[in-house]
Design a protein around this ligand. Structure first.
Ligand code: 0PR
Length: 380
């Protein structure tokens, strides 16, 4: 740091220079975040200095968080669910598994997750010293129940199902997983970090949330399809008892116990989430998700016009396209200022159709994809 600070204008100029290096959201097909709703940004601003880690000092924002949890619980089929606003999917997944581990007497156990699980579960294995067993997927890229049954044993502290997988947007057969969980007396965590703000607003009724008996915890991220600000994650527990397994004593704070992973916590992101959920309502999200799904179908139709097929018929607003050399195609698209990503198995080109994506940019992207594939074909 310099001895003497710079004038405000100069600092803002420096900040802007760096900000200008960031890519613009409308060209980003690789992200599960989006431009927050304007009302979320305003609420974020109003609560910017608040800390949910010491709720006695900020009873206002503590009430906001309580209301957010209540709305999330209603949205996910359990109005009495408890939980908190976390920093995102990774923290929520860590805490869900930690609570399951704490609720069981096992300390060196395992968790059974689908092969398609987000990499946060590898971090969890490392942090909590749990073996991460990965169950096979079926040809629709849903977890194979037979494989799960083979992997679950008496040292399994939790099973995991995904409602909206990171790479393919697929939804695991949660009722089947719940049956196994109930049968084996095992907790079942649902990672709906992405799908949690999509599935409740689709016309088809997927059975995956707390309405499925046996589901104990759910991760759902307002900073993804919820249109809130970063860092807004959500973790919900069906039972208060399970959340209590996470509590530590907090001697000198205004509250005696804390269940969250981090101490100081952004009240701003919780307020942003409250504001956007209150403003959008179920209807607003239905419309938003409807638009994203329409655009998803448009992308798939345009891809088919140039002879490219999706790996699976999209369930959510995630598309994986079968192309030769996805990494090479991704790099070529990046030269044209399009940002897409790739999947591991099967290898494909991955695109997420977030609220910032427009029909025009889908058409332009597919036009460029066509050119990239043709020149690769010509060069081969
Ligand atoms: N669970 C699922 C199903 C996810 O898709 C993700 C993140 C997580 C958990 C972890 O959530 P946090 O990143 O909030 O901790 N999925 C995205 C991904 O890995 C996150 C992301 C978002 C990546 C924006 C890039 C990006 O630009 O693809």
């Amino acid at each position: 740091m310099m001895d003497r600070g710079l004038p405000e204008e100069e600092v803002l100029g420096l900040i802007q220079e760096m900000r200008d290096k960031d890519f613009r959201y409308d060209r980003l097909f690789s992200t599960m975040c989006t431009i927050p709703h304007p009302i979320a940004i305003r609420a974020h601003d109003i609560f910017v200095e608040t800390n949910l880690g010491d709720p006695g000092l900020f009873p206002g924002v503590a009430e906001v968080e309580y209301r957010v949890v209540r709305m999330l619980g209603e949205m996910l089929g359990c109005p009495d669910a408890v939980g908190y606003v976390s920093t995102g999917g990774t923290e929520s997944n860590i805490q869900a598994i930690r609570s399951a581990r704490n609720a069981s007497a096992i300390r060196d156990g395992n968790i059974v997750v689908p092969e398609s699980a987000h990499f946060s579960f590898d971090k969890i294995g490392d942090l909590l010293r749990l073996e991460v067993r990965k169950a096979r997927l079926d040809r629709n890229l849903k977890v194979d129940l037979g494989s799960v049954e083979e992997l679950v044993d008496d040292r399994t502290v939790a099973m995991v199902g995904i409602a909206g997988s990171t790479e393919f947007g697929q939804v695991d057969p949660l009722p089947g997983l719940a049956e196994i969980a109930l049968d084996r007396g095992c907790r079942l965590h649902v990672d709906a970090a992405f799908g949690g703000f999509v599935l409740p607003f689709l016309k088809a009724d997927w059975r995956w949330d707390f309405r499925v008996e046996g589901v104990t915890t759910i991760t759902v991220d307002p900073h993804k399809m919820g249109m809130s600000t970063i860092p807004a994650g959500g973790l919900l527990f069906r039972s208060l008892q399970d959340m209590k397994t996470l509590e530590t004593e907090t001697h000198y704070l205004t509250v005696a116990k804390q269940a969250s992973l981090t101490g100081t916590r952004s009240g701003a992101a919780a307020a942003a989430t409250y504001a956007v959920m209150m403003h959008m309502g179920m209807d607003g999200y239905r419309k938003l998700v409807g638009q994203c799904m329409d655009l998803t179908r448009r992308l798939v139709a345009r891809a088919r016009e140039i002879g490219v097929e999706p790996v699976i018929e999209p369930v959510l607003n995630v598309v994986a396209l079968k192309v030769d050399d996805p990494a090479g195609v991704r790099a070529a698209l990046m030269e044209r200022d399009w940002h897409v990503s790739t999947t591991r198995s099967p290898r494909a080109l991955r695109m997420i159709i977030m609220p910032h994506i427009t029909a025009e940019n889908i058409d332009l992207l597919i036009r460029d994809l066509d050119q990239v594939l043709r020149s690769a074909g010509a060069g081969a």
